[in-house]
Every structure is written in C-alpha cells, then in structure tokens.
Design a protein around this ligand. Sequence first.
Ligand SMILES: NC(=O)c1ccc[n+]([C@@H]2O[C@H](COP(=O)([O-])OP(=O)(O)OC[C@H]3O[C@@H](n4cnc5c(N)ncnc54)[C@H](O)[C@@H]3O)[C@@H](O)[C@H]2O)c1
Length: 279
Amino acid sequence: MDLISGLKDKVVVITGGAGVLGAGFTRALANQGAKVAILGRDGEKAQKLADEIISNGGQAIGVSADVCDEASLRKAHTAINESLGLIDILINGAGGNHPKGTSSDVFFDRENKAEGLQTFFGLDTEGLRFVFDLNFIGTLLPTQVFAADMIGREGCSILNISSVSAFHPLTKVVAYSAAKAAISNLTEWLSVYFAKEGIRVNALSPGFFLTEQNRTLLTNEDGSLTERGNKILSQTPMGRFGEPNDLDSTLLWLCNPASRFVTGIVVAVDGGFLAYAGV
Ligand SMILES: NC(=O)c1ccc[n+]([C@@H]2O[C@H](COP(=O)([O-])OP(=O)(O)OC[C@H]3O[C@@H](n4cnc5c(N)ncnc54)[C@H](O)[C@@H]3O)[C@@H](O)[C@H]2O)c1
C-alpha cells in the first residue's frame, strides 16, 4: 500500500466542498493528486473553487446539488461520472445549524418569563426538522447515491463529518448535537454494513473552527470574542480555535486506501476540548 501516492487519481466527492472546512478538505485532497468533485447548493461557488484547483494543475469540477434532494444528487452523480469517472471516496461535509433548532436558555428556569425566551418547550418543529434533514438525511442520501460506485472496487471509503457536540451535547444546540450524534452512529452502522465489500466508513469530529456558520456566535463585529466564544476557548486546552488545515492530516489518514484496516471510528480534532473536564 502506498502511503505517499494512495490518493493520486482517486475520484473524490466533497459535499459542502466550497464551505470553509469543505474547501480545506478539497484543497488538501487536490494537493495529493485526487480528482475532486465539489458539490454544493451554489454551483457557481463550487465551480470557482474547481477553477482555482485546475489553474494550480489539478483536476476538479463544481456541481450543483442539494444533499437533501435525491433527484439533484442523481443528476450530479451522472455529471461526476462523465467528467471524472467512478467515485472512489465520498466526504459528507455539508451540514450546519439553524437558530430555530436551538434554545436560548442553558438551564430551564420556571421563574424566567423573559420576552423572546426560547425554551425547550417552544422549539419549532420546522427548525428541528431542517437541522436533522440537512445533517443526517444530508449524509445518508449522498451515501446511498454515491457509494453505489464503490461496490466491487478496491480502496473506496466514506468520511462523514460529525462534531464534538455528538460526544457531549452543547448547551442550547439541541437539534444539531443530536443530528451529529446520529451521524456518528450511522458511521458505525455503515462501517459494519459495508465491511465485507471493503468500503471503509469513518468520521471526523471537528472541535471549534471559526467559519461563516458560527462567526456571529463566537465573535463580535469588532472581532473580539462573544461570551460563548470566550467560554469555548476557556474549555479548549490548546486555547485557540481550529484552523481548517488542522484537519488535513486526519482527513488524509482516514481517506488514504493505505488505512485499509481503519473503519468505524470517529476521530475528534479539537485541541483537547473533549478531554478537558474544566477542573
Ligand atoms: N465550523 C465548526 O466549528 C464545525 C465544528 C464541527 C463540525 N462542523 C461541520 O463541518 C461541516 C462544514 O462546516 P463549515 O463550518 O465549513 O460550514 P460552512 O457553512 O462554511 O460549510 C457548509 C457548506 O455546506 C453547504 N450546504 C449547506 N446546505 C447544503 C445542502 N442542503 N446541500 C448542499 N450543500 C449544502 C453550504 O453551502 C456550505 O458550502 C459541517 O458538517 C459542520 O456541521 C463544523
């Protein structure tokens, strides 16, 4: 097994591949010589990143699809096969949160009647469904569509993107934490299901990375940290947010066909967040 060139010419689909972390995954894989298909709702944004990779000598295409919409995924599948060939590796990177899937209180307080307070009891079904659909169904559906290419071939794998909130649910963030826990669970289930076919399934659980998704939660307009941002850093032994390329080595390790006996694991990359009890 070739540790150095194991990813060369592999066809890799990255859902959410033009997002902050997704673009990091895409560039890291393209740097290894992989042919990357960048899938996102915004096809233009995906193609712009593909053009950057092509101008640096790589092979890439941008495809527009919604990870919750099977028909659009099937269309993207055909376009990827025609342009790059059969898919070897799938990175399920699309995901995110929604304010309607979160409470605004950390602890329930029956005396608290503050205006605009969003307790567990008032959580909106639509918001909860949105978060479950995007994260869980948005991981399962692309796997159904793209993993079909992996049957009967060697060196294929799937990498799901979970979160540290799957291990320890984050305060307020009820739907996202539960949906990411479902992704970790699905990762193990799929790893068993596909084991005899040799398709490996693992997950990467990022800690806290500053991205568009959480920038306003973690930083103020002047760039200083919000109370929540400060709290997170005080609970992260390494004392900083992650940078997208902090994930590169774990991504490449889990995707490299040389990691042929590694399946069904969920790896946290979190600066020590999960190990820290706070005392
Ligand atoms: N940022 C963090 O600290 C952090 C921590 C843990 C896990 N994650 C996870 O990492 C992944 C990437 O997140 P990010 O922080 O880079 O966020 P991001 O918002 O920058 O990227 C998400 C990408 O997914 C795309 N997307 C959203 N809905 C989609 C849909 N229905 N169909 C297709 N594409 C869709 C978006 O357009 C975007 O390009 C997500 O799964 C997120 O939950 C992020």
